[in-house]
Design a protein around this ligand. Structure first.
Ligand code: OAD
Length: 242
């Protein structure tokens, strides 16, 4: 355990996760060597302008993501966070899991009420009426919205660059009530998530980073643990839960 960590006795823990927590499940991160954004231009596949220019291309990109995600399994990091959440609830505490990931591996690992601030790959949203529904099959311009009937307007329910992430009011409420902020597997380069550590610090909350290597915000963390999420997260959780 890092020095000073043992003195922190949190009741409400806020956990922010990023692509690194799912990397060992086989999902690409974004900015590491060989990451998704080294193969694709963000402005082509993850922006409203890109979608409006070439919706078929954007749907193809997300269909590929959906194919890859279909077979992946939660890893020991997701499972440890699910275990921590249950253990903390049993003792009257709370663990909020807020992820930038659009996969469902936290839920598969046993976590509940996960805040998907960047959306969910398994859902579609109508570009016209805003209706959100679960959708397992292939996305296509031939599909119609179940709510308004418009054909061709269903986009992935994911947050693109330039769009406001989801559930920000709930996120800031949970952040304000937390007494430990933990960031796992994120490079700390995309806002607003990258600003959560500073918000926690300004409220006097201890902060911890668990990552393969120091993130861009590493200097803002009270405690740091570096290593693979599948090892470092279960090790941290075991120390907390016993
Ligand atoms: P990044 O790809 O920017 O960063 C992944 C982080 O995970 C890096 O700091 C790696 O060192 C770390 N990492 C990699 N493998 C790991 C492992 N096995 N164990 C622990 N850590 C590991 O991904 P994010 O920070 O999640 O947004 O990216 C944030 C957002 O940028 C994404 O949600 C996405 C992207 O563009 C949107 O699409 C809106």
């Amino acid at each position: 355990m890092a020095s000073g960590e043992a003195a922190v006795n949190p009741n409400k823990i806020f956990v922010l996760t990023g692509a690194g927590v799912s990397a060992e499940s086989g999902l690409s991160t974004f900015r590491d060597t060989g990451g998704l954004w080294t193969h694709y231009k963000v402005e082509d596949v993850a922006s409203l302008a890109g979608y409006e220019r070439d919706p078929a291309r954007v749907l193809e990109f997300y269909n590929l993501r959906r194919d890859i995600h279909r077979d992946v399994k939660a890893n020991p990091a997701h499972e440890a966070l699910g275990r921590l959440q249950r253990a903390w609830a049993a003792r009257g505490g709370e663990v909020t899991i807020c992820t930038q990931n659009i996969d469902h591996l936290h839920e598969q690992g046993g976590a509940e009420n996960v805040i998907h601030m960047h959306g969910e790959l398994g859902k579609v949203r109508c570009h016209d009426c805003g209706d959100v529904t679960a959708a397992d099959g292939e996305l296509s311009l031939a599909l119609g919205c179940v709510a308004c009937g418009r054909i061709g307007g269903l986009r992935p329910h994911v947050v693109w660059f330039g769009e406001v992430p989801l559930e920000m009011d709930l996120i800031y409420e949970k952040l304000a009530g937390a007494d430990l902020f933990v960031s796992i597997g994120t490079s700390g380069s995309v806002y607003p998530a990258a600003g959560f550590v500073a918000a926690a610090r300004s409220g006097g909350v201890p902060t911890m980073e668990i990552n393969l290597a120091p993130s861009e915000n590493a200097q803002l963390f009270t405690f740091t643990r570096y290593g693979k999420a599948s090892e470092a997260v279960p090790a941290w959780v075991s120390q907390l839960v016993g």
